[in-house]
Design a protein around this ligand. Structure first.
Ligand code: HEM
Length: 237
């Protein structure tokens, strides 16, 4: 591999792996600032999980597998990614003349096409009350009305769905689908669990959910995006 290729790959992993998770964390903190009820639900889930693992269990004792026992944590991440897919545009180079379905248009070889899954992820057609932050919509595992045929493929980083015809595609689809999805859920779940177990938060007086900055490379909140913290009894930071 050349130095240029190594540098390109590192930029891909660092950009793809850091900015995306940072943006998602910012958005779930901001949405939860409006929803103390959801913070408390997650807090109660964590307390129950720690109790179930025996006396004196702390957050540090939790493992990767334990995150699957915190459904509200995963649902908050899933819902945040629905409303705020960090990479709003996905590009593909057309390798063979491409007929646009149900039309006479053909995209010539060598051109690029752009896909914006945020369109279907915020469409009423697929998600009732689409612009409302409602993690509980994911209590139904098929809330994305996945039209998947159930087949999976393993490109070397674990089996993933082959399907690209779901309206919910925050990690893209096909051959260049995100390789970091599982890592991202682990990282984001750890961040959210740590925040909720230690702190409660809300907007400052007159504060509100900020607008989206679509001009930034990943969809970040516009400034000001400030919240006020309060320590919980279980705070250890
Ligand atoms: C919330 C977190 C993340 C989101 C929403 C996300 C989203 C995406 C999307 C939309 C793509 C493009 C897929 C396509 O073109 O179809 C992608 C590709 C990629 N992601 Fe992620 N990503 C996240 C986290 C991560 C993490 C944590 C890593 C690495 C540790 C990572 C590594 C990559 C890489 C290397 C690619 C390029 C794959 C390829 O071209 O074959 N991502 N990601």
């Amino acid at each position: 591999m050349t130095d240029q290729e190594i540098a390109n790959l590192l930029i891909g992993v660092l950009m793809g792996g850091q900015h995306t998770s940072a943006a998602t964390s910012a958005w779930f903190l901001l949405h939860l600032a409006e929803r103390p009820d959801l913070q408390d639900e997650i807090y109660q889930d964590i307390v129950n999980l720690l109790k179930s693992k025996g006396p004196n269990t702390t957050l540090d004792d939790l493992s990767y597998d334990d995150l699957s026992g915190l459904p509200n944590v995963n649902n908050v991440i899933r819902e945040t990614l629905r409303l705020h897919m960090p990479l709003h545009s996905i590009f593909r180079k057309v390798m063979n003349p491409l007929l646009v379905p149900n039309t006479n248009y053909v995209v010539p070889k060598g051109h690029h096409v752009l896909v914006a899954p945020g369109y279907s992820m915020t469409s009423e057609r697929w998600f009732p009350q689409a612009l409302t932050f409602n993690p509980h919509r994911w209590d139904q595992p098929d809330a994305d009305q996945q039209k998947d045929d159930g087949t999976t493929v393993d490109y070397g980083f674990g089996a993933i769905s082959k399907g690209v015809n779901s309206p919910y595609l925050p990690f893209g689809g096909g051959r260049h689908r995100c390789v970091g999805e599982q890592f991202a859920y682990c990282q984001l779940g750890t961040i959210l669990t740590t925040y909720v177990y230690n702190l409660k938060w809300s907007f400052k007086p007159n504060g509100k959910l900020p607008e989206v900055d679509y001009a930034s490379m990943v969809t970040l909140p516009m400034e000001p995006a400030e919240i006020a913290w309060e320590k919980r009894d279980t705070c250890s930071i």
